[in-house]
Write a protein that binds this ligand. Structure first.
Ligand SMILES: [Zn+2]
Length: 81
């Protein structure tokens, strides 16, 4: 993929580590130090398939952590009512 052109502006794609932002099941997820291809002209970002899959794994794990945290809060509310 090195030396590929951006499909939007024909700029050159460079590999960088970025703060990636992507949508997963209606949530916006941020992950630091993600290897990505970035256009040096317009800033368009591409993730390679294994990288994207790993981001999805992180998002799924985050979803599971949030459920564990929110469960005792829901119990606390119920106790007040
Ligand atoms: Zn571009």
């Amino acid at each position: 993929m090195k030396g590929d052109q951006c499909e939007f502006c024909k700029g050159e794609m460079e590999q960088r580590r970025i703060l990636a932002r992507f949508r997963f099941k209606g949530q916006t997820i941020y992950v630091e130090n993600v290897p990505a291809w970035v256009c040096n002209r317009c800033g368009e970002q591409y993730f390679e398939a294994p990288v994207y899959k790993h981001l999805e794994d992180i998002a799924r794990q985050r979803e599971r952590i949030q459920r564990v945290i929110s469960f005792p809060l829901a119990e606390f509310d119920a106790a007040i009512a």
